[in-house]
Design a protein. Structure first.
Length: 291
C-alpha cells in the first residue's frame, strides 16, 4: 500500500443478506404453519382411518346448518348494530338511552343464558303479544291482519330462534363497533356536509357512514369469525349444526375421540379460511388508504 493511502475496512458481503434473512424468519408466521400442519395431519387421519372417516361423513351433514345460521345471524346483527350504534351517538334522549340499555343488558348476561332466554321466554312472549294484537285489530275491522292470530309458538323453528338469539347478542357488539367507527371520523366532515346544505341524516348516509364502515370492516370480520365459533352454542336448542351432530354421533357410537377431533378440525378449517379473508381485507384497505 502506498504511503499516505488510508485503508478502508470492508464490510462482509454476506452480513446484510444474513441480517435480512434473520429478520424475515423472525417475522414469519410460524404459528400459522403449525396450525395448517396440524389441520392437514388430522385431515389425513380422518380420510385414512375408517372410524374417523365414518365420523366425518356423519358430522359434515351439519356444516350447512352451521354456515346458514351464522350468515343469517350476522347479517341481522349488522342491521341491529348499525341502528343501535346510531342510537348510541344520537342526541335524542330516548334513542340514546334505549340503545345504551340494550347494549348494557346484552353485555351483562352470558351468551348461553341469552340463548335460553330468547328461545324459551322472549319468542313465546312475542308470539302471544302478536296474537293479542291481531285479535284486537280484527275486532277493530282490520281483517287483513288476521294472520297475526294464527302465529303459534310451536311454529317457530329452533333454528330461527337460534338465529334471533345470535343476532340480538352480536348486535350489541356490532353497535359498539359502529359507534367507535362513526366517532373516529373527524367532526369537520359533518360540519362541512351540513354547510353544503345536507341534513343530518343525509350527511350521515353519504359522508360519515361510508368512511366509518370502511374503518370498521376488519373488526366486523373478526366478529364474524367469533360468531362462527359461538354458533356452536345453538346446539343446546337441539339445532342440528355440526356440534349437535357430533354429540349425537358420539352418543350413538361412543367414539368420542373420532367425533370431537373431527368437530374441532372442521371448526379450525372454517375459522382459518375466514381469518385469511379478514387479513386479505385488512391488507386491501391498508393499500387503498396509502394510494
Amino acid at each position: 500500500m502506498a504511503s499516505g493511502e488510508t485503508s478502508i475496512p470492508r464490510t462482509p458481503a454476506l452480513s446484510i443478506p444474513r441480517e435480512t434473512l434473520r429478520s424475515k424468519l423472525e417475522r414469519f408466521p410460524w404459528w400459522f404453519v403449525a396450525m395448517v400442519s396440524m389441520a392437514l395431519a388430522t385431515m389425513g387421519v380422518i380420510f385414512s382411518q375408517p372410524s374417523y372417516n365414518q365420523a366425518f361423513v356423519f358430522i359434515r351433514a351439519g356444516i350447512h346448518v352451521t354456515i346458514t345460521t351464522t350468515l343469517a345471524a350476522f347479517v341481522i346483527s349488522l342491521l341491529i348494530g348499525l341502528m343501535a350504534g346510531l342510537g348510541r351517538i344520537s342526541r335524542h334522549v330516548f334513542f340514546s338511552n334505549l340503545s345504551t340499555l340494550y347494549v348494557e343488558i346484552v353485555r351483562g348476561i352470558p351468551m348461553l343464558v341469552l340463548i335460553f332466554f330468547i328461545a324459551f321466554v322472549a319468542v313465546p312472549a312475542v308470539t302471544s303479544a302478536l296474537n293479542a294484537l291481531g285479535k284486537m285489530l280484527v275486532d277493530a275491522g282490520v281483517t287483513w291482519l288476521a294472520w297475526l292470530t294464527r302465529i303459534e309458538n310451536n311454529g317457530v323453528p329452533m333454528q330461527m330462534r337460534a338465529i334471533i338469539a345470535l343476532s340480538v347478542t352480536y348486535g350489541a357488539f356490532s353497535a359498539e363497533v359502529f359507534r367507535a367507527g362513526i366517532q373516529s371520523i373527524p367532526k369537520g366532515q359533518m360540519e362541512a356536509a351540513r354547510s353544503q346544505g345536507m341534513t343530518y341524516w343525509q350527511a350521515m348516509r353519504y359522508v360519515i357512514l361510508p368512511q366509518a364502515i370502511r374503518n370498521v370492516l376488519p373488526a366486523l370480520g373478526n366478529d364474524f369469525v367469533s360468531m362462527l365459533k359461538d354458533s356452536s352454542l345453538v346446539s343446546v336448542l337441539a339445532v342440528r349444526d355440526i356440534t349437535q351432530v357430533a354429540r349425537l354421533y358420539a352418543g350413538q357410537t361412543f367414539r368420542y375421540p373420532e367425533a370431537f377431533t373431527t368437530l374441532a378440525v372442521l371448526y379450525l378449517i372454517m375459522t382459518l379460511i375466514l381469518s385469511l379473508g379478514v387479513k386479505a381485507l385488512e391488507r386491501g384497505l391498508s393499500h387503498g388508504q396509502h394510494r
